[in-house]
Design a protein around this ligand. Structure first.
Ligand code: PHE
Ligand code: ZN
Length: 883
């Protein structure tokens, strides 16, 4: 990751690497430069002699010329920091070879060869957690996107598919369990050492390779597929964690069944292994037959995991399992196609979670992530289309745009096609491209052919970045309601002019008197401006639009507060109801934060919000999970997004002010809700989850109104808690209140869970995200805590990620928060570049802030850019952010 070294080109094009490059600028890889690889690698044999400090890797590649590519006199084998121990071609000397940067380029005269490469690596020294690395005594791999080249020299690109056989050997006592992809073919012992051989019958790209060796125990189970295949399932964890794997296993079995029922996809090996590791850069990884997971997405019991954690585990287990078809059986031609597997798989995991729990609430949560993370990305310096056109470091493109907007784009196709036609499209896609490395275009074509809908213009969603803004007007002409819609796609870096895109909007027109509508319509806005007419309205109806969030756009609607109150109380589409409530609050807070609110308008606005909320507290037909959504205030970040030059301090004050006002107006209702919720015993039922959500929500309202009283209530909830949701919720509220209760419960929490890394992560995160005025001091002190380390990504993130969302902390007017994050990036960059680079986007928001903070933020970016040695990851993010 040292960019001072000549960078390697992943596209097999030697010219590019020869070109003079700025010492600091790694080359830009462009989508349009794609060339098929000149060689095929039908089989790969890997032999690992395992050791924590020294692992010797012998790779034997059978290669032959690719008839579909231009012939080349050489083969380029990517490497990253590897040392070549030996190289043989067809059992002897190679005709020639050279190092080109980190890559090994071998001269080849014939059409078929066997290449044998020996490398030696030090997993213990691998702090980047890419390639083969050590994690608390075990060895594991992470190869996506370009980690395999840190293990051996190889054409490390997703369109080179090979059948792998893997042998590994090592000391039995250190590595009693030896795992790789596919099925175990053989095993044996040799004194204190033992070995295992694994064979994966399915050809795969190198990024799906995995190996795990360590002292692990498994929860085992089985699943019989619709075709009658009995699959052995294992969830591997460290001794002592076994009791916390039940939910993961149940989630896996539900995923397998759901993919059969919903997409007709059946599992294709006799074995499916999941391994939990505590040092991991991301959430989890879909390696063929051997998924590797961050412990955060495996381990759960009521005492240590929140309801949110349970849902996260179900979602991620589903996600990785679903990749077996959308990702593994059909993989990506190149990394520009990343959304082909990620967008589709996120959609699949979202649909799965919707089916397993409360669908409306899951949808709202999904939209919240999109709007909280992806919308800011799309309106900032890092904006890119879901299928990017260029990158310098692919790790930087595992973004919310590729994942979440990618899922929304496919969801729109589903909405326009209808469920059955969409399924015909996905069936065709799986059929047509099974075993291939495909493109986004292949996917769209298959949906088009299978469903029969025309997606010609729709393809713009793949190439244009930026969140479209749809302006909505509704007028009345005789007995017709006329809906006039116009769209604008804002300029983004490198894309000044945009074309109109097809935007599917589910709408309903409500009769004011009856409070109902006569059916939903799907309108597709595919021009810059268009009108839609609806007959049979004696007077102007109330418009409910973008129901279910049918399109990932922002809506600018000219709608009276009264109508929003009406929809917040009556809309039968849960998302639209939630949206009306949010709109009501966002509008009020935006105007107030800008200082544009007269006293009268403030009073009227607040009264409207209270009216709408009362319709929610009083609605007996609502379940509590949904009620909790409707009672939640829009986040600080989301409000800031709606303002040109936002002042985070002002927004914070207004938001807390409104919260306090609502808390006192709705005091009785909230009190009643709490009492009712408190009576429900712990269980994983939707009812009990809803009750827990409301309890903490009520506490946070109380905290804005009467902090001392709230501290007592929260302490009480904390003390009685028999589960992590209640305990963490109470502590979350307490961390924002300077009080004896705060100090006491923080200490108790630490002592109670000392030694449980995932819970101690929560302890760090709660303090770093708190509303406490001294949050910066707290974070600085926590960075010195003996349990804190930058070497574990979960821990590093637990302290600093929540902090970037803390209004007083990160956005302190004197720039101290920005400096703290810049220092973190500089400290973390040499240890774990990928994780460091993920903190850069927070600093890239400067254009959206008021001038004082903007200048301070920018200065920090410049300071990072000037650092003598910067990883390719951070370099790219910082230079793009400075724009
Ligand atoms: N492909 C993984 C997923 O989405 C994410 C990942 C990317 C994990 C890169 C590790 C490294 O499921
Ligand atoms: Zn994925």
């Amino acid at each position: 990751m040292d960019i001072a070294r000549t960078p390697s080109t992943p596209d097999g094009n030697p010219e590019m690497a020869d070109a003079a490059v700025e010492p600091k600028a790694p080359p830009e890889i462009r989508r349009e430069d794609y060339q098929p690889f000149p060689w095929l690698v039908p089989t790969t044999r890997l032999d690992f002699e395992l050791g924590l400090e020294k692992t010797r890797v012998t790779a034997r590649l059978e290669i032959e010329r690719n008839p579909d590519a231009d012939a080349s006199p050489t083969i380029r084998l990517n490497g990253d920091g590897l040392e070549l121990v030996s190289l043989r071609c067809d059992g002897g000397e190679c005709a020639g070879h050279m190092m080109d940067g980190d890559d090994l380029v071998v001269t080849l005269e014939g059409d078929r060869h066997t290449i044998e490469i020996v490398t030696e690596i030090d997993p213990g020294a691998n702090s980047q957690l890419m390639g083969l690395y050590a994690s608390s005594g075990m060895l594991c791999t992470q190869c996506e996107a370009e980690g395999f080249r840190r293990i051996t020299f190889f054409p490390d690109r997703p369109d080179v598919l090979s059948t792998y056989t893997v042998r590994m050997s090592g000391p039995k006592k250190d590595f009693p369990v030896l795992l790789s992809n596919g099925n175990r073919a053989d095993m044996g012992e040799d004194g204190a050492s033992h070995w295992a051989e694994w064979h994966d019958p399915w050809p795969k790209p190198s990024y799906l390779f995995a190996l795990v060796a360590g002292d692990l125990v498994a929860r085992s189970d089985s699943f019989t597929t619709m075709g009658g295949r009995k699959v052995e399932l294992n969830v591997w964890v460290r001794d002592g964690d076994l009791e916390r794997t039940e939910h993961a296993m149940e989630s896996l079995k539900r995923s397998m069944k759901w993919d059969e029922d919903t997409f007709g996809r059946e599992y294709d090996l006799d074995l499916f292994n999941i391994v939990a590791v505590s040092d991991f850069n991301m959430g989890a990884m879909e390696n063929k037959g051997l998924n590797v997971f961050n412990t955060k997405y495996v381990l759960a019991d009521p005492e240590t995991a929140t309801d949110g954690d349970y849902d996260g585990i179900e979602g991620v287990i589903g996600h990785e399992y679903f990749h077996n078809w959308s990702g593994n059986r059909i993989t990506c031609r190149d990394w520009f196609q990343l959304s082909l597997k990620e967008g589709f798989t996120v959609l699949r995991d979202q649909l799965f979670s919707q089916d397993m729990g409360s669908a409306p609430v899951k949808r709202i949560e999904g939209v919240r992530v999109l709007r909280g993370v992806q919308f800011p990305e799309d309106s900032g310096p890092l904006a890119h289309p879901i299928r990017p056109d260029s990158y310098r470091e692919i790790s930087n493109f595992y973004t919310s745009t590729v994942y979440n907007k990618g899922a929304e784009v496919i969801r729109m196709m589903k909405t326009m096609a209808g469920d059955e036609a969409f399924r015909r499209g996905t069936d065709l896609y799986f059929d047509r491209h099974d075993g291939e490395a495909a493109t986004c275009e292949d996917f769209v074509k298959a949906i088009e052919d299978g469903s029969g809908i025309d997606l010609e213009q729709f393809r713009l969603w793949y190439s244009q970045a930026g969140t479209p803004k749809v302006s909505v007007e509704l007028s009345q002409e005789g007995d017709e309601a006329v809906l006039t819609l116009s769209q604008a796609v804002p300029p983004t870096p490198g894309q000044d002019d945009k074309k109109p895109m097809p935007i599917p909007l589910r709408v309903a027109l409500f009769d004011r008197d009856s409070g109902s509508h006569s059916g939903e319509h799907l309108v597709v806005l595919d021009k810059a401006r268009d009108s839609f007419r609806f007959t049979g309205f004696a007077r102007k109806p109330v418009l409910s639009i973008n129901r279910g969030f049918s399109a990932p756009v922002t809506i600018g609607r000219d709608i009276a507060n009264d109508e929003l109150v009406f929809l917040a109380a009556k809309d039968d589409d849960p998302f639209a109801r939630y949206e009306a409530m949010q709109d009501l609050m966002v509008r009020h807070l935006v105007t107030a934060s800008k200082g544009d609110l007269s006293d009268d308008a403030r009073n009227a606005g607040q009264a409207d919000i209270v009216r709408a909320l009362r319709a929610v507290t009083d609605d007996d037909a609502l379940d509590d999970l949904m009620r909790g959504e409707l009672l939640s205030m829009p986040s600080q970040t989301y409000i800031a997004e709606q303002i040109e030059a936002a002042d985070p301090g002002r927004i914070f004050e207004e938001r807390e002010g409104l919260k306090a006002f609502l808390a006192s107006e709705l005091q009785d209702e909230l009190h009643h809700i709490y009492d009712r919720a408190e009576k429900l015993p712990y269980s994983q039922s939707a009812e009990a989850k809803g009750a827990r959500k409301l309890k903490t929500l009520v506490l946070s309202f109380a905290a804005a109104r009467d902090p001392q009283k709230a501290a007592e209530l929260a302490a009480h909830q904390y003390d009685r808690a028999d589960n992590m949701t209640d305990r963490q919720g109470a502590l979350m509220v307490l961390t924002g209140i300077d009080s004896a209760e705060r100090t006491g419960r923080l200490l108790d929490f630490y002592n109670r869970y000392q030694g449980n890394a995932l819970v101690i992560d929560k302890w760090f995160a709660l303090q770093a995200s708190s509303l406490h005025p001294k949050v910066i001091e707290h974070v600085k002190a926590l960075a010195e805590h003996p349990d804190f380390t930058l070497r574990n990504p979960n821990r590093a993130r637990s302290l600093y990620m929540p902090f970037t969302g803390a209004p007083h902390g990160f956005h302190a007017a004197n720039g101290e928060g920005y400096r703290l994050i810049a220092n973190l990036i500089l400290d973390l960059d040499p240890i774990n570049a990928q994780t460091a680079a993920r903190f850069v986007p927070a600093l890239g928001r400067w254009r959206k802030l008021e001038p004082g903070r903007a200048a301070l933020m920018r200065a920090e970016l410049e300071r990072i850019a000037a650092a003598p040695k910067l990883s390719r990851d951070s370099f790219e993010q910082v230079t793009r952010s400075l724009g």
